[in-house]
Write a protein that binds this ligand. Structure first.
Ligand SMILES: [Zn+2]
Ligand SMILES: [Zn+2]
Length: 108
């Protein structure tokens, strides 16, 4: 896989990479109340896939009541989940990646 060969083993660092427009795809699931953002991490070049589930993710009850109105559109924050063990990654980190995060504009 070319994506894996280009992966950079940079040190874990939480850094905002800003909006990403190129190289990311958003797949809307036809069966579940959610979607999937996939692409290449702009920091470590690892392939990352982040599922989004509306009405469930985050556990924010205030949004659960508005489930029918939770349209998957607008910018969404995505964190690197390349699956590689980056150096200096804290054990408390919830995701397995380099720590970078960015935003992807979802289609309306
Ligand atoms: Zn990585
Ligand atoms: Zn990364």
């Amino acid at each position: 896989m070319p994506e894996i060969e280009s992966h950079r083993s940079i040190e874990y660092q939480v850094v905002d990479r800003g909006p990403q427009k190129e190289g990311f795809t958003v797949d809307k699931s036809p069966t579940e109340d959610g979607l999937e953002v996939s692409g290449v991490c702009p920091a470590c070049h690892g392939r990352t896939t982040t599922p989004w589930s509306y009405g469930i993710a985050g556990g924010k009850g205030v949004f659960r009541k508005k489930r029918e109105n939770a349209q998957p559109s607008g910018p969404r924050t995505v964190a690197c989940e390349c699956g590689y063990a980056h150096p200096n990654r804290p054990e408390t980190a919830w995701n397995v990646g380099c720590g970078a995060y960015w935003t992807v504009e979802l289609p309306s």
